[in-house]
Design a protein around this ligand. Structure first.
Ligand code: ATP
Ligand code: MG
Length: 232
């Protein structure tokens, strides 16, 4: 059976692509036949290109990223402005193909879990259809308790399985009290394992970070094995 993970975030620009690419590269290095997917993108295909590069796969971008909307907006809004209907069957077809081909799929969401894709259909509905466990990427500092608890509660409303939470430091400042206390407080309140805190790293703060460096950094700071539902 193909395993996999759906990587969502508490926000846009939170580090989903960094974590997804790093995980794919790390699995690849460990000998796993891993595929990647960014089912829906808004604005451009750069996330899909980075994931493809990280996993070193030869799938066409149109399979990795079957739906690319023109504007960097929520997909439902971009589609409306484009006068375009979003056809989710293209996502289902590409996902089925990749699922058959690989042993593990790393799938990156778009924005957060409540982002509308078309009509009332949200990212959470897509995750439910794909039947993948969730990994939630959240910022490390102040404000993350609120965003993370909201995301976990919303995921639970949809009966989604949450494999873990990763906190990502998006700012170069030294960690404050909030960052030191957030992991334990999130675990206490959600009963979901916090797999690690990824430091801010200048070498990641670029559109195409070195994937070997990225995988090594994640392996150092993320206890993947804590996500029992994913890898055991
Ligand atoms: N730990 C980090 N240290 C330094 N820079 C980082 C870190 N994590 C992410 N970044 C940078 O922050 C930016 C946003 O990260 P990323 O693209 O992974 O976010 P995202 O959640 O995938 O965004 P989107 O919602 O657009 O898909 C990128 O330029 C990335 O290289
Ligand atoms: Mg991204």
């Amino acid at each position: 059976m193909t395993r996999g993970v759906f990587i969502t975030g508490t926000d846009t620009e939170i580090g989903k692509t960094i974590i997804a690419g790093g995980l794919a590269a790390s699995l690849k290095q460990a000998g796993t036949h891993v595929g990647v997917m960014k089912p829906i993108s808004s604005g451009d295909t750069t996330d899909a290109q980075f994931l493809k590069h990280a996993a070193q796969v030869d799938d066409a971008l149109t399979v990795i990223n079957p739906l690319c909307l023109r504007y960097p907006l929520a997909p439902s809004v971009s589609a409306r402005l484009e006068g375009r209907e979003i056809d989710m069957s293209t996502v289902a077809t590409a996902f089925a193909h990749l699922k058959q081909k690989y042993n593990f799929l790393v799938v990156e969401g778009v924005g957060g879990i409540a982002v509308p894709l078309h009509g009332d259909f949200l990212v959470a509905h897509l995750i439910s259809q794909l039947q993948l466990p969730l990994l939630i990427v959240a910022r490390a500092g102040l404000g993350t308790l609120n965003h993370t608890l909201l995301t976990v509660a919303f995921a639970r409303q949809f009966n989604l399985q949450i494999a873990g939470i990763i906190l990502n430091r998006m700012q170069p400042e030294t960690a404050g009290l909030a960052e030191q206390t957030n992991p334990a407080e999130i675990e206490r309140l959600t009963q979901v394992p916090v797999l690690g805190v990824v430091p801010f790293e200048e070498r990641l703060n670029t559109p195409n970070p070195d994937v070997t460096f990225l995988a090594a950094l994640l392996n150092r700071h993320v206890a993947w094995r804590k996500a029992e539902k994913l890898f055991l």
